[in-house]
Design a protein around this ligand. Structure first.
Ligand code: GDP
Ligand code: MN
Length: 393
């Protein structure tokens, strides 16, 4: 007995040390890494539990509700550019947003179209909300191809874009739509007295109950722009967008904000080939089919001069510049990046990409999954770059 006890103790110690040794070798050694640390690429903020932003418990029953005297209502509208034939998709998107958010706040909807809205469109959409709906026609001078675009050069350029398999390259209305969304919508007389908007497209989905006034959040927190999804663009659609931007900056260095997101715009590490084909731009952009934003930024001298420079350069037609990269570059250069907000709590989908928070307020999407369908889509998500260079706000 007297001998056995120390032997047994030694044996036990050996077993414990052996287990520890094995644990060191085989245990998964993946500490959670925060954005900004080495290895941030492995960190998935989408899987973090998501709540509403702290300190803004604003429920529909309180002073933020509409129709209440002295209400703290924000000067804002839900905004959609849409075609008559997309009415059913618009109704579906409205139904989602009204159910999850707007029935609590009743912000008005403003619909825009390059042709007059049909009675059917008006009736079906107004039936989806108790808020006011406005139906606006886009003035011709905001929509038509500008006079300085050379039609022959346009035709030739389209052929090249088609060779590059650029989607919608030969649809002139798509080019017009991108230009309107880049630099025209906020100039529409119907929005002259409106400050904030939430852009909504037909067929998009909203998954999560949002119980605070997002416009109020923007205003109280001094935010200019809110996004849900960041994606890489097709570089073949914007080969001269960044070179034109650099020309503009050479003329107007004073417009660059000291807290800009230049590193995010010019990253060449994650997808070097994209940066190369886009001549210096990472192509990472806020996916603009979702935007919650303050139009004072688009109306600022810096952005207005920038848009006019791009418009004169012709790339909305000779190439297929999208409003997403144009907005994103403008924001990344001329705005304080701390005023750009990731709405991680707004569950959103525009096929095939999603923002799906890990929250019991969400139904109908898989938390953290940024895409639907083929897994090669995973690499199109460039939110990690935003978190790396700017943070999560
Ligand atoms: P995608 O998201 O890039 O595939 O482009 P969409 O086809 O969804 O178009 C973007 C937005 O512009 C949607 O809200 C469309 O309804 C709208 N849109 C596109 N082209 C036109 C057009 O010629 N007229 C009108 N009124 N709306 C358009
Ligand atoms: Mn769309």
């Amino acid at each position: 007995m007297a001998i056995a006890r120390p032997v047994r103790a030694l044996g036990l110690a050996a077993v414990i040390m052996w287990c520890f040794f094995l644990y060191q070798i085989f245990a998964p050694s993946a500490p959670i890494r925060r954005p900004g640390e080495v290895g941030w690429d492995e960190y998935d903020p989408n899987l973090e539990p998501t709540g509403e932003p702290e300190g803004i418990l604003m429920h529909a029953s309180n002073e933020y509700a509409p129709g209440i005297e002295n209400s703290a209502r924000i000067n804002a509208t839900l905004l959609a550019l849409v075609r008559n034939e997309e009415v059913d998709g618009m109704v579906q998107a409205m139904r989602d947003l009204e159910r999850t958010w707007n029935h609590k706040f009743n912000y008005p909807w403003t619909f825009f179209n390059d042709v007059p809205f049909s009675e059917e469109f008006k009736t079906k959409t107004q039936n989806e909300t108790k808020a006011e709906c406005k139906y606006e026609l886009i003035p011709k001078e905001h929509w038509e191809m500008p006079s300085w675009i050379n039609k022959d050069l346009y035709d030739e350029s389209i052929k090249l874009l088609l060779d590059e398999k650029i989607q919608y390259a030969d649809k002139i209305s798509y080019h017009q739509m991108c230009r309107w969304n880049s630099g025209m919508f906020y100039k529409h007389p119907a929005l002259a007295d409106t400050q904030f908007y939430w852009r909504v497209e037909p067929n998009v989905h909203f998954f999560c109950d949002v119980d605070y006034d997002v416009f109020r959040y923007m205003q109280d927190n001094n935010k200019t722009y809110g996004f849900t999804i960041n994606l890489y663009d097709a570089p073949q659609s914007i080969p001269t967008l960044w070179p034109e931007t650099l020309k503009f900056l050479a003329e107007h260095p004073e417009y660059i904000h000291e807290n800009n997101a230049m590193d995010w715009l010019t990253d060449s590490i994650r997808r070097p080939d994209h940066n190369k084909k886009a001549n210096g731009y990472s192509t990472c952009h806020f996916w603009s089919n979702f935007e919650i934003a303050d139009m004072r930024f688009w109306r600022s001298k810096a952005y207005d001069d920038y848009f006019n420079h791009l418009d004169r350069a012709g790339g909305f037609f000779y190439e297929r510049w999208g409003d997403a990269p144009v907005h994103s570059i403008g924001l990344g250069l001329f705005e304080d990046s701390s005023r750009i907000h990731w709405f991680r709590d707004i569950g959103y989908q525009h096929v095939p990409f999603l923002n799906c928070p890990n929250s019991n307020k969400c139904k109908g999407c898989t938390a953290g999954k940024p895409f639907e369908g083929e897994s090669f889509l995973q690499k199109e998500d460039c939110r990690p770059n935003w978190f790396k260079f700017v943070g999560m706000g």
